[in-house]
Design a protein. Structure first.
Length: 639
């Protein structure tokens, strides 16, 4: 009897060992332990694979990495059973971007898809978005389908991290730097990875900064979770050299690290520290870090209340109260967004003891707050020439005893009470209206600004054009008698110089500084609906390539709808087509374009189509995106 029992036990042990080693059923090889099967290989050729819920009578609990190695590139989908105890996305290494899994609601497979950003079909809902265009549209789609309200902040950040590493690969052609690369094209360099994460985190309201390390030529994110800042390098977690959204080498090794952990193999400028929370500032290359928290933008250029739906910002405080210069800029870049600065709040800069110069650069500034610069004793110069504000508000410069020079903008019509109270050092006020023919200097000065009535109002050349309408009258005393003695030798007639400019085909052109090419400086008709910038022009009998569009050349052309840019254009200056709000068709004829200035296409039509050479679509998408073109802009190839 003992022999029989022993033989039975040996048989069972051998069977279990054989099962644990390898078995085959249909197109699947599998092994198992403790009564559960683990698939180790798929040997079939189907593009839509169905994994059974059992093999050899045992429930299928796991699928091993490498199972689809021989056929991954051709897979369209894999149907997964409810029996799975776990699902590692890396088993799908090598699949195309269109790949998705089929699973049942509430299953382990569906949970894995939601946690890791896999595309899936649960029979009720299809979550397949590889074909979606536009990075903001794609970001919103990711949030709608993978983020739930009950998630912790940490879990949300983890899901975004995982979505990126399982839906993109590193671009070894070094072409895709924009969020479009990772989010819409499935491939991007480190900058694309980090900027894509920043866009989505901003949408979720999770404070984060984009970090650029010049010493490493590398970029990553720092993100705040429950009051603590952490480093997150999604690019280094998205390892592998295969051109597939899943390489099989993805990890979370660089997910939420401290300064010390990150410094084991990363380097950056000393002022930046996640541990201390000092994450806003400027790198030596001029790049700035910033973040948004509850509608407040923390930026090296100030602290602003922002309207994220309209992309506007109002200054509420300086970032550095010890700064000697403050510029209220035309726009603030935060990650991929440009915020128009529309004003400054009451007391925004008051009490800055070291401030010497205040400059308004932004044309969109519509309102200055009361007591804006009150009690800034070192302030010597205020340049308010830009902007559309009409009022210098109450107490604006009160007690700025060192203030000597002020330049007022064209639209200023009222100076409220005490705006310049106790500005005992005020010597000169310049008024921009004098630079525009037909404008009259007529400002309503309220009480408490007596200093202005004894201050000479001059233009930018130091000439005295008059006084405020309700101020002192000009000195009526006549000029001294002119010298009657004639000039013995009249000056010779000046010889005409060669004209370095030309007007042709609806445009004005001039020679570049090196006189080797031509620059388009503006249209002949600013109300034109169509504009063609020529490939070449003839100046003084010689033909020149047109290689540049001057800064501000077509700014504010409100009726322009169609633009053709010549094939030789290499550079487009800043704000060249700023506020061309009806411009919906842009044709870039050549492949020479390398540089596009800040806001060159800012505040234009949201529904703009850019047509350009096919091989330049990705490069021009990046260039124009940085130059403020609409996020909804469509790029298409020339026919």
């Amino acid at each position: 009897m003992k022999k029989i029992v022993g033989l039975i036990l040996c048989f069972l042990l051998a069977a279990l060992c054989a099962f644990a080693l390898a078995s085959t059923e249909g197109d699947f090889e599998y092994s198992g332990v403790e009564g559960k099967a683990e698939i180790t290989s798929y040997t079939g050729t189907d593009t839509e694979v169905i994994i059974p819920d059992s093999l050899g009578g045992y429930p299928v609990a796991r699928v091993r990495k490498g199972t689809f190695e021989s056929c991954a590139a051709g897979l369209a989908s894999v149907s997964l059973p409810d029996t799975l105890a776990e699902l590692d996305p890396r088993i799908f290494a090598g699949v195309p971007r269109s790949f998705y899994i089929k699973c049942n609601p509430g299953s382990t497979a569906e949970r894995s898809a939601l946690d890791n950003g896999l595309q899936y079909d649960n029979g009720i809902k299809q979550v397949i978005g590889y074909q979606i265009e536009g990075y903001t549209t794609k970001s919103a789609w990711i949030i709608d389908n993978y983020i739930t309200g009950g998630m912790s902040t940490r879990k949300k950040v983890e899901v975004i991290h995982n979505w990126i590493i399982y839906n993109s690969y590193y671009d070894h052609t070094y072409s895709n730097y924009h969020p479009l690369g990772v989010l819409n094209w499935g491939s991007g360099v480190c900058e694309s990875h980090a900027r894509a994460a920043a866009v989505i985190l901003d949408m979720l309201g999770i404070p984060n900064v984009y970090v650029s390390s010049e010493s490493m030529n590398h970029a990553w994110n720092i993100v705040r979770i429950d009051g603590t800042w952490y480093h997150m390098d999604i690019t280094w977690d998205n390892s592998g050299n295969v051109e597939s959204p899943i390489s099989g080498l993805e990890s979370s090794q660089y997910f939420l690290l401290s300064d010390a952990q990150m410094k084991q193999n990363h380097s950056w400028e000393d002022w930046l520290s996640a541990d201390s929370g000092h994450v806003v500032g400027k790198f030596s290359n001029g790049a700035a870090t910033s973040y948004i928290d509850n509608g407040i933008l923390y930026h090296p250029y100030g602290i602003y209340q922002v309207d994220q739906s309209h992309h506007t910002a109002v200054l509420t405080a300086p970032f550095d109260r010890d700064a000697e210069e403050f510029r209220l800029g035309s726009g603030l870049y935060h990650h991929e967004d440009l915020y128009d600065v529309t004003g400054a709040a009451d007391n925004a800069l008051s009490g800055m003891q070291k401030l010497k110069t205040f400059i308004i650069e932004g044309i969109d500034v519509e309102k200055l707050g009361k007591n804006l610069l009150k009690d800034c004793p070192a302030l010597a110069t205020a340049d308010l020439d830009n902007g559309h504000f009409s009022v210098i508000p109450e107490g604006c410069f009160e007690n700025c005893t060192a203030l000597a020079t002020v330049k007022l903008g064209l639209y200023v019509k009222t100076i409220q009470k005490n705006a310049f109270r106790n500005c005992t050092g005020l010597q000169k006020i310049m008024y921009a209206a004098w630079f525009y023919p037909g404008q009259q200097l007529d400002i309503d000065i309220k009480s408490g600004n007596e200093i202005l009535y004894t201050t000479i109002w001059t233009d930018d050349h130091g000439e005295n054009p008059g006084y405020p309408a309700n101020g002192n009258e000009p000195d009526p005393s006549p000029d001294p008698s002119p010298d009657p003695s004639p000039d013995p030798e009249p000056d010779p007639e000046p010889q005409p110089e060669p004209d370095d400019s030309v007007t042709t085909a609806g445009g004005n052109y001039t020679l570049s500084s090196n006189r080797k090419s031509a620059v388009f400086t503006g249209p002949t008709n600013r109300k034109a609906k169509t504009l063609v910038i020529q490939d070449t022009v003839t100046i003084n009998g010689k033909k020149y390539k047109v290689t540049e569009i001057a800064a501000g050349a077509c700014r504010g052309m409100g009726k322009l709808t169609s633009l053709t840019i010549g094939k030789n254009i290499k550079t487009i200056g800043k704000e060249a087509f700023f506020q061309c709000k009806k411009l919906k068709k842009i044709r870039i004829s050549g492949t020479a374009l390398k540089k596009v200035g800040k806001n060159a296409f800012g505040k234009g039509s949201k529904k703009v189509t850019v047509t350009c050479p096919k091989k330049k679509i990705k490069a021009y998408t990046k260039l124009l995106a940085k130059a403020g073109i609409s996020k909804k802009a469509k790029f298409q190839a020339l026919k």
